[in-house]
Write a protein that binds this ligand. Structure first.
Ligand code: ANZ
Ligand code: ZN
Length: 803
């Protein structure tokens, strides 16, 4: 048999598959559907990252298995192509973002095709295509129509070097997520989307979906549902009433212990009362300083508490009727709850630290509480008037009622700052008329396209570069036909990805973002995989858009994604981030060229547990190549004649064979691709040990391997004389009766330390047991590149490898 030459194989089969439309999803099919989605990439100038390949390969394997199980599979790909790097590149070079985007997507597409992913390329989409963003704009207008898009002056985070407004989520450790530069707060009119209106459902409906627990937890934390109450405190000055402050508390049961009140520095009452405060100057100075600090700085745990008393003003505790002092302090945030708190230093850590510093009274109201430790559960009330001796959780609603408060649920989630003052985004489709106000662009005039410009420079005043293009800005008002101006803000780059999975269902539709029929058939997405970094942004945003469209009866399901998993990152050797500046980026092109796409895919699946971050290991890539070469060579060992009926069947090999079918199938379902690969390695070892392989075993083995290494298996399949594609074959079934041969668990040690446990059949001989130990992924990784001195196998007891 000739040599394994990936170059002759891979391109050839890719063309055949494309011609035969093997991966095209059927539009009007009676078959059961299965929709698999991976996060579409931002087509950066750097090309495809090895990390993209990891998640795309894993879900490609699932897609191929589903097709083999008889499903009509949709596994689409497209481009999330609006974004800052492209605009910044245009700024530097003067090349239009459209041109840059075209070049980059062409490169990405070429790369993805070279790896043999089974994407349905006939459904490719691009968020920067006017035929696409017409619908992004259309959905925005629906938000506007329903009152969920509104303009508000917001202290937004402003990056001084990008000159762009950033959402809270785009600030990492007080710095701009994109450039790492300084940020400050600035007041600016912004378009907002009222995601908070959906906070409750975004939280509750997580119960109905199959997301990894850690994903649900992150979403829930971000939404931050909090059950509590709003209570009113009277303010007084010289015994005269000044009005009320409403506080939000999760612990109204501790009301008697509220020994002072705190307002956020930005609380409107501070401004309103300023002329009544004795130490006005000091208070206002404090307010100015606080506004400069990031939220993170203000609330960081263990940070020294600061604040200033509003001298002359007192509040009345509505339960105890005690007069208590009022402070401004930056640990209270304006945007959460009501922006004011009752401080209970005996039972709240932050209040305790503050009270210690400012020598404020600390009054215990729940027994069993240590003064410094935090008592968070219920207990028995003390110092609480008529409720003394009662269980605090039972008394809670009574206390709220007695003081005229209101049980209330609050969320940490904020409305979404939806505008950017940049060029390369979807123009927000409204027109400002001095007579009619804000007028939506009529549907027939969508999409509002971007004008061609020479300069993409944002202005120092923070306005979009679009502001200076008068021919584009100055338009007629759609209502009164008078002079009017276009909105120059564009949408954030989260817009296009908030609904892209719907477009794949019906990507060429010109009348609607997707037709009802297509949506009914394809949604929800059955399985969506993406990065953990998108859990609280993209995932939440798209769930919000989906629910909104559901309310308009434009999509048939409440949730967009039935299942969500996520992958770990691929790091450079040594466990550091791959980055251009460090020169440690692995270029997939060179691996495809040198060793083949199948090797790359196989290695990325074998490298380690899918959900963990793993460092790239060049030697291990070569190991994957060797594995495929051994599969290739095994073809020569296929038995020419049929085995005799009796006597010749190797029972333990037969059991291993069926176990492998079972294991590979199950591992794929739980994305344990590394152990699926290692079980195929064990089976290959066993075949080699046997010195021969039956045609049935070999063909089945190829079918198991086909989703992982689609090209080489297709070639070998053709060698077997098969006429149609291996990828059209049904998924192999195992025979449950043949699964069992007697097995024992055997620990594998390296230099005396247990590193893995193997489940081996009792009748394996010395060499087979050692071979299985060496093929175990954990062991392989540990002995990689090291000299093995000897291997000791104590039958059915232990294997020890000495290095
Ligand atoms: C009194 C109290 C007593 C509180 C106690 C807690 C424990 P979560 O659970 O995160 O929702 N709080 C309310 N609004 C705030 C704001 N704008 N900035 C900072 N803190 C604020 O937290 C709710 C609790 O955080 C509220 O309940 C309030 O303190 C504080 F033993 O009221 B608590
Ligand atoms: Zn008008």
């Amino acid at each position: 048999m000739r040599k394994y030459e990936h170059k002759k194989i891979e391109g050839k089969w890719q063309k055949v598959w494309e011609k035969k439309k093997l991966n095209v999803a059927q539009s009007n099919s009676r078959k059961k559907k299965y929709y698999i989605l991976v996060e579409f990439p931002y087509p950066s100038g750097d090309g495809l990252h090895t990390g993209h390949i990891r998640s795309y390969t894993a879900l490609d394997i699932v897609a191929r298995k589903r097709r083999a199980e008889g499903y009509n599979v949709l596994y689409p790909m497209g481009w999330d192509a609006f974004g800052l790097p492209t605009e910044n590149y245009a700024l530097k070079t003067g090349i239009h973002p459209k041109v840059v985007t075209k070049k980059n997507t062409d490169n990405f597409r070429r790369q993805l095709k070279s790896i043999g992913f089974s994407f349905d390329w006939s459904r490719e989409i691009n968020t920067t295509d006017p035929a696409y963003f017409k619908w992004t704009q259309w959905i925005f207008l629906k938000f506007l129509e329903k009152g969920l898009a509104y303009k508000a002056k917001r202290p937004i985070n402003w990056c001084l070097s990008c000159k762009i407004g950033l959402a809270d989520e785009e600030i990492v450790d007080g710095k701009c997520e994109r450039c790492g530069g300084e940020t400050e707060k600035r007041d600016k009119e912004q378009w907002m989307l009222a995601i908070t209106k959906y906070a409750d459902r975004l939280d509750k409906d997580l119960d109905s979906v199959d997301y990894l627990d850690k994903i649900k937890i992150q979403q829930r934390n971000w939404i931050g549902r909090s059950e509590g109450a709003e209570l009113n405190f009277q303010l007084t000055i010289n015994n005269k009433q000044l009005g009320e402050v409403t506080v939000f508390t999760t612990r109204p049961d501790t009301l008697f212990g509220a020994t002072y009140l705190v307002l956020a520095p930005e609380h409107p009452l501070v401004e309103k009362l300023k002329n009544k405060i004795k130490n006005k100057e000091e208070v206002l100075r404090y307010v100015v300083i606080s506004k400069k600090k990031s939220e993170m700085d203000r609330t960081a745990e263990g940070k020294e508490k600061t604040g200033v008393e509003l001298q002359g003003i007192l509040a009345i505790n509505p339960a105890s009727k005690e007069k208590i002092p009022v402070y401004v302090a930056d640990y209270v945030l304006r945007a959460y709850g009501t922006g004011a708190i009752m401080a209970v230093p005996a039972h709240d850590k932050r209040d305790f630290a503050f009270a210690e510093k400012f020598k404020l009274p600390i009054l215990e109201v729940i027994s069993g509480t240590k003064r410094d430790g935090m008592y968070s559960g219920p207990g028995f009330l003390i110092n609480s008037g008529q409720w003394n001796g009662r269980r605090s959780d039972e008394a809670l609603p009574e206390i709220v009622k007695a003081v005229g408060g209101e049980i209330k649920t609050t969320f940490k989630l904020r409305d979404w700052v939806f505008s950017r003052q940049r060029y390369w985004g979807e123009p927000i489709p409204v027109i400002h008329c001095s007579v009619c106000g804000t007028v939506p662009v009529p549907e027939k005039d969508l999409p509002v396209e971007l004008p061609n410009v020479k300069s993409y420079k944002p202005s120092d005043t923070g306005e979009s570069p679009l502001t200076s293009i008068s021919s584009w800005v100055n338009v007629k008002c759609p209502k009164c036909k008078g002079k009017a101006k276009r909105e120059t803000d564009t949408m954030p780059n989260w817009a296009g990805s908030s609904w892209y999975y719907l477009r794949y269902a019906d990507p060429k539709n010109r009348k609607m973002f997707a037709g009802k029929q297509a949506l009914k058939y394809w949604t929800p997405v059955n399985w969506y995989n993406g990065g953990m970094e998108h859990t609280v942004l993209h995932l939440l945003y798209s769930r919000f858009w989906h629910k909104f469209l559901y309310d308009l009866k434009l999509v048939p399901t409440k949730e967009p994604y039935a299942k969500r998993t996520s992958h770990g990152l691929i790091l450079a050797g040594g466990g550091v981030k791959m980055s251009k500046s460090k020169g440690n980026v692995v270029n997939p092109d060179s691996i495809v060229k040198l060793l083949g796409a199948d090797t790359l895919r196989h290695y990325e699946m074998f490298m380690g547990p899918f959900d963990q971050s793993i460092a790239w290991n060049t030697e291990a890539v070569a190991g994957s190549r060797r594995f495929l070469e051994r599969v290739w060579k095994l073809y020569d060992a296929i038995e020419k004649e049929k085995p005799n009926k009796k006597g010749e069947v190797n029972v333990s090999l037969e059991a291993l064979f069926h176990q492998t079918i079972k294991k590979v199938g199950e591992d794929i379902e739980s994305l344990k691709m590394n152990t699926a690969v290692s079980s195929m390695m064990i089976l290959l070892n066993a075949f080699e040990k046997e010195g021969k392989v039956s045609r049935v075993h070999y063909a089945t083995f190829l079918r198991l391997l086909a989703p992982f290494a689609p090209h080489v298996t297709e070639e070998l399949w053709a060698f077997l004389g098969e006429k149609s594609s291996i990828h059209l074959e049904p998924w192999p079934k195992y025979d449950a009766r043949k699964l069992i041969s007697e097995r024992v668990n055997i620990p594998v040690q390296i230099n005396g330390k247990v590193r893995a446990t193997l489940s081996l059949s009792r009748d394996l001989d010395d060499d087979q047991a050692k071979g299985a130990a060496l093929a175990h992924p954990d062991i392989m990784r540990l002995i990689m590149g090291k000299q093995i001195k000897r291997i000791i196998y104590i039958k059915e007891r232990i294997i020890n490898i000495v290095l």
